[in-house]
Design a protein around this ligand. Structure first.
Ligand code: PTJ
Length: 243
């Protein structure tokens, strides 16, 4: 960031905004991604730009679910690639899972730019969408998946998802872990576990929790997690702040 000093009270938010703008300039992020990011910023502002207890509870449940998965996959779109490339690679490495490029706004060039960018950030197992496997119950570009990736996955980590694919994956019997600052979105409501937090804050927390659990090797799947109840807590926090 060239002209914003570190002492600026909104430095972190402006730095994140710069990363999204750079993503568009590099051909990684869709221009629509700027609008999605702005919506996320508004919710984050109402949440006090911090990771609440409901986010930490969802992170804990997600960590348990991901380490017990047989075929976990980390799905990547143009926004998360621009915001958290190192963390996506680290998460996939920690889980010994592939990263899979899967974008909503169809563009071969952007898929390729995301692939290159993630490789520059150290991605080793990177799957691309293919015409060999298609998800049921969905018509958008996101139906084209890799046969060894999302198609056969039992648990999929899909931050900043659109509701359609989340619903399709659930109908196909797969578990979905998402990150979405809007607890009222269709994605939030249909996912198995929704982390209502900024992806920039929650990914390092998720990686740390997975590492902790790995070190203590828990055999149990973790405490009961009620997604609807957790979302209600997030919505209450937003409504209390905006009153
Ligand atoms: O790269 P593509 O083509 O796959 O497109 C990606 C976007 C994100 C543009 C696409 O999936 C989309 O349009 O998403 P939506 O339906 O606008 O949903 C994005 C959701 O993510 C919204 O509920 C936002 O509040 C939320 N969001 C935005 N930024 C963040 C966020 N949640 C967590 N962290 C963020 N930084």
């Amino acid at each position: 960031m060239t002209d914003v000093p570190r002492s600026h009270p909104r430095y972190e938010s402006l730095r994140t905004r710069d990363a999204i703008v750079a993503g568009v300039q590099k051909g990684i992020t869709s221009p629509h991604g700027l609008i999605a990011h702005g919506r996320g910023e508004a919710y984050d502002y109402l949440l006090g730009e911090k990771s609440h207890d409901f986010a930490l509870a969802a992170i804990d449940a997600a960590a348990h679910m991901l380490i017990h998965a047989r075929h976990p996959v980390v799905s990547v779109n143009g926004n998360v690639a621009a915001l958290v490339p190192d963390e996506l690679v680290e998460l996939a490495d920690t889980l010994d899972a592939p990263l899979e490029v899967n974008i909503f706004h169809s563009s071969k060039e952007r898929e390729e730019a995301i692939r290159q960018f993630l490789e520059e950030h150290g991605a080793k197992r990177l799957l691309m969408p293919s015409r060999d496997a298609e998800l049921d119950f969905i018509d958008s570009n996101r139906k084209f998946v890799h046969p060894q990736g999302i198609y056969r996955a039992d648990v999929i980590f899909v931050p900043l998802e659109d509701g359609d694919r989340c619903q399709a994956l659930r109908k196909m019997g797969k578990a979905v872990v998402t990150v979405d600052l809007n607890p009222m979105s269709r994605t939030s409501r249909t996912a198995s576990i929704t982390i209502v937090d900024n992806v920039v804050r929650s990914l390092p927390l998720l990686i740390a929790r997975i590492r902790e659990l790995r070190a203590s090797a828990p055999e149990q799947p973790g405490a009961e997690f009620d997604n609807a109840r957790n979302l209600a807590a997030a919505e209450r926090a937003i409504r209390a702040e905006s009153r």
